[in-house]
Design a protein around this ligand. Structure first.
Ligand code: AMP
Ligand code: MG
Length: 355
């Protein structure tokens, strides 16, 4: 059942119904400011098992517990360091997930067998109302089938999970479009396990020290990321994808050359460009006919949040348009560049062509 919000609000009776579904162990997808989540009761082991099943997600990949009130944090975690209160004060509700030692009430099924738990308070009215109506603790990974790009619209959730979950709360398109920043608070100094909208500099304004998980940095061959989910090739379109890195015009020329080669072999080719470079590709596509080349504009380098916002939708559109190979520019933008490139590199299975 898909319930549409009107002007950001869902009728009280539907929220109550959504809460009922959760209390009875069912699943409800809901919007947050990052991406759509697939929610179940975080304190019910069977609900978490159902989430893994609906997503087809490996069960060693833990779920994030979403809360709607600060006083609920201490009900599920053992020890909240003073730094975590400072981060919560600065960024909650918001796109920041923190990892703590879990209390016994949080089942191992929710945490993928770990004795730590990831917690976040989303900055989205509908999400907060839904969490409250459901008893306060919602385990929610992104509401996509495992391996597919995270959903930024209710339609994406429907595409991936129809028939597998009881309800979708449709709050329209999400704001940020990339998953939350994850910070491990069980170590000192805290470590960033997944980059997101809240970047290292923003965290440093609140904490004296914070480190980046070295397994996340490019070219770290043998090191594995510490967040179990970060090792999977997630966020991926069905097409083979490659990133082309080089000086702007040189990279664009390389992409055009590679796209033409693939097209000559009869393949449908996707190209991802930014607003600032699109004319180079358009001129090429105009000059000769290239019926198998599809150009999509991720957004503007000058407004980097547009790139984050559009990325997953574009990857899904390429699936619908049956792209077989995708070449993308790289977007090393100042604020969200680390998060955008982390997702893009994963979508491309780390395949990067340097020119
Ligand atoms: P998703 O909900 O799809 O955004 O994925 C949740 C992410 O949080 C995955 O990358 C998980 O590996 C990570 N995560 C959740 N709980 C923990 C934890 N206790 N320790 C480390 N990483 C975690
Ligand atoms: Mg996910």
């Amino acid at each position: 059942m898909v319930i549409k919000a009107e002007r950001g609000k869902i009728k009280r009776e539907y929220l109550k119904q959504a809460g009922e579904i959760i209390r009875q162990g069912g699943l409800v997808a809901f919007p947050t400011e990052t991406v759509y989540g697939l929610g179940g009761d975080a304190l019910n082991p069977h609900s978490s098992e159902k989430i893994y099943e609906a997503k087809g997600r490996p069960s060693d990949n833990p779920l994030i517990v979403h809360i709607c009130a600060m006083e609920d944090l201490e009900k599920i975690v053992k020890d909240v360091p003073e730094e975590a209160y400072r981060l919560a004060e600065a960024f909650w509700p918001g796109p920041l997930t923190m990892i703590f030692q879990k209390k016994d009430c949080v089942p191992a099924q929710t945490t993928g067998g770990l004795d730590t738990v990831a917690v976040r308070m989303p900055n989205h009215d509908l999400a907060l109302e839904f969490i409250q109506a459901s008893g306060g603790f919602i385990a929610a990974p992104s509401a996509n089938r495992s391996g597919r790009p995270s959903p930024t619209m209710a339609e994406h959730v429907y595409e991936d999970l129809k028939g597998k979950i009881e309800m979708i709360l449709d709050g329209g398109e999400v704001g940020i479009g990339l998953e939350s920043t994850i910070v491990d608070m069980t170590v000192s100094p805290p470590v960033i396990l997944r980059p997101g909208y809240i970047n290292e500099q923003m965290l440093r304004q609140v904490l004296e020290q914070v480190e980046m998980d070295r397994g996340l940095l490019p070219d770290q061959g043998t090191l594995h990321p510490k967040a179990p989910g970060m090792k999977y090739r997630h966020y991926a379109p069905r097409a083979e994808m490659m990133l082309v890195e080089g000086k702007e015009k040189i990279a664009a020329e390389k992409i055009i050359e590679l796209a033409d080669q693939e097209e000559m072999q009869g393949k449908r080719v996707g190209i991802i460009s930014c607003e600032e470079h699109k004319n180079w590709y358009l001129e090429h596509l105009k000059k000769e006919s290239h019926p198998l080349e599809i150009l999509k504009i991720a957004g503007s380098l000058k407004q980097e949040e547009t790139i984050a916002h559009n990325l997953y939708r574009i990857l899904r559109e390429f699936d619908e348009e049956k792209a077989e190979v995708i070449f993308s520019e790289v977007f090393e933008t100042p604020t969200m560049g680390t998060a955008i490139m982390n997702r893009l590199r994963k979508a491309a299975g780390q395949k990067i062509i340097k020119c």
